[in-house]
Ligand binder design. Structure first.
Ligand SMILES: Cc1cc2nc3c(=O)[nH]c(=O)nc-3n(C[C@H](O)[C@H](O)[C@H](O)COP(=O)(O)OP(=O)(O)OC[C@H]3O[C@@H](n4cnc5c(N)ncnc54)[C@H](O)[C@@H]3O)c2cc1C
Length: 468
């Protein structure tokens, strides 16, 4: 074997996964077709609260915060404000930070953990057998690994090679994307506005540049048609009622969005994660976030599977699809829902949209639910019948003995057993007792809570019980 795991694609999904695998003791090679060091200005820019928690549990969030701009509320369609300041998290906002900054930090961490990167190598196919997978590249090289993960984006070669389909459809065409400078500063909000069959979205990067995404229902032109600043200004005026004196653009393009999901994220020893498994519109800014959370779910399971007997490894690995596929489906629904409400044409629909949004904005539990959905803090995995209600939910960042926090304890990439303060040294459950002691951390909570928690390496509750 050349590696335990070959990860195809060095986007945010592949980078986070590779770092987690290496932290978990796996030998990892990342294959990437792009040359090293090529930054991509055009992609995602919203890092939601759950992703910030995921990055915190890898020691990267505080640094990323210095590279972005926190935004505490989202204004949708002029009337609905989703307030993120009440989120149950250390990160009560969405951080506007360019994708290349997220990738830079994840890459550094992966390299420090020993991941080997091979650039300018395009994977062209793979074959698997009962022991492993042989990956071939366009220049005729081949590599062998026990597992392969396709984190190679929407047009995934890995997905095609194992014959997993990618059903779905195009949902919006001719969207305009522009990174611009503004003469006048808009209110400090992420703004999504729909008016007159147009849609406009504006977000500050925090360094003087703003991301504008716009769409005009009457203008369905080919993606090759150039975009100029006048078109961007016109959509901004139609939707946001101001172009804020857009002056300079560092990037202008036209793109379309598809809504697609692979029916399964696994074929034997081959897994799919991120855009290779699901794509949707940019509405909600969920793409990069969902990919990183796929990676966090898969990484520790694959690292564990390398050490476990085959039958146990099989159960652990199967849970990746069981847990993440429904999340992907929900993300498609959320993003598609926002997009459809925003782009339905006609004055009657506009009136209904305004009425519905106005109604939603007055119902606090609905607003709270919307914030939990967009931030992904509300994501929970299936709970076995009769298990403690916390099982499957994300563990909140608890204060722990020694002045640390749960997110810091999770940086070891292991299970963390949290006992109530003052409890005797925890008597480990039999199943956990069989695990190498080096694979879990035992600590005590100092928040006064009386519940003992066994937290998985990805920060979700594996087990819980009242008292020690
Ligand atoms: C133009 C554009 C604008 C976007 N805007 C937003 C946005 O505003 N908000 C948002 O949330 N999301 C946005 N997205 C989506 C977001 O960027 C993705 O969800 C995110 O990048 C997914 O990460 P990933 O790592 O799964 O895949 P990717 O970032 O696509 O990474 C896949 C990697 O695999 C490599 N690769 C592909 N095929 C091969 C191969 N055969 N061999 C080797 N390497 C290969 C690619 O070079 C790439 O580096 C946008 C995407 C695009 C293209």
């Amino acid at each position: 074997m050349d590696a335990d795991v070959v990860v195809v694609g060095a986007g945010p999904t592949g980078l986070l996964l590779a770092g987690d695998l290496a932290t978990g003791g796996a030998r990892v090679i990342v294959l990437e077709k792009r040359p090293a060091g090529l930054s991509n200005l055009t992609r995602a820019f919203a890092v939601h609260a759950r992703s910030l928690e995921v990055l915190d549990a890898r020691g990267l969030a505080d640094e990323l915060l210095t590279r972005g701009q926190p935004v505490t509320s989202l204004r949708l369609f002029q009337r609905l404000t989703i307030d993120l300041a009440g989120l149950p998290s250390r990160f009560r906002y969405v951080l506007i930070a360019p994708q290349y900054e997220v990738e830079r930090l994840l890459r550094r961490r992966a390299e420090e953990a020993g991941v080997v990167f091979r650039h300018d190598l395009q994977v062209s196919g793979l074959v698997q057998d009962s022991d492993g997978v042989t990956v071939t590249t366009a220049d005729g090289a081949s590599l062998r690994a026990r597992y392969v993960v396709g984190a190679d984006g929407a047009r995934s070669t890995v997905r095609g090679a194992v014959g997993i389909p990618f059903p779905g459809r195009a949902v919006i065409r001719s969207m305009v994307l522009a990174d611009v400078r503004l003469a006048r500063r808009p209110a400090d909000l992420l703004t999504v506005a729909a008016a007159n069959d147009s849609l406009g979205f504006l977000a500050p990067f925090g360094d003087g540049w703003y991301r504008f995404i716009g769409w005009h229902g009457d203008r369905d032109v080919s993606e090759d048609e150039p975009v100029d600043l006048d078109e961007v200004r016109a959509i901004a005026r139609a939707t946001l009622h101001d172009d804020f004196g857009m002056t300079e653009a560092r990037f202008l393009s036209r793109f379309h969005a598809d809504e697609r999901q692979a029916p399964t994220y696994r074929a034997g020893r081959v897994f799919l994660a991120g855009d290779a498994a699901h794509v949707h519109s940019p509405a909600g800014g969920l793409g990069m976030n969902t990919g990183m959370q796929d990676a966090a779910n898969l990484g520790w399971k694959l690292a564990a599977a390398l050490r476990l007997p085959d039958d146990t490894a099989g159960v652990v690995l199967e849970s990746y699809d069981t847990e993440r596929h429904p999340v992907g489906r929900q993300v498609l629904r959320t993003s598609g829902g926002i997009l459809r409400v925003a782009t339905l044409p006609g004055p009657f629909v506009a009136a209904v949209r305004s009425g519905v949004v106005g109604l939603v904005s007055r119902v606090a539990p609905v607003r709270r639910r919307a914030a939990l959905t967009v931030s992904a803090l509300g994501v929970a995995y299936p709970r076995p019948h009769g298990a403690h209600p916390l099982v499957g939910t994300r563990a909140r960042d608890l204060p722990l003995e020694g002045g640390t926090r749960l997110a810091e304890a999770l940086r070891a990439g292991r299970f963390v057993l949290v006992a109530p303060a003052g409890a005797p040294t925890p008597d480990l459950p039999a199943a956990l007792g069989e695990v190498d002691p080096a694979e879990r951390v035992v600590t005590r909570r100092t928040d006064g809570g009386a519940t003992a928690l066994l937290v998985r390496p990805d920060g979700y509750v594996a087990d819980a019980s009242a008292g020690a």
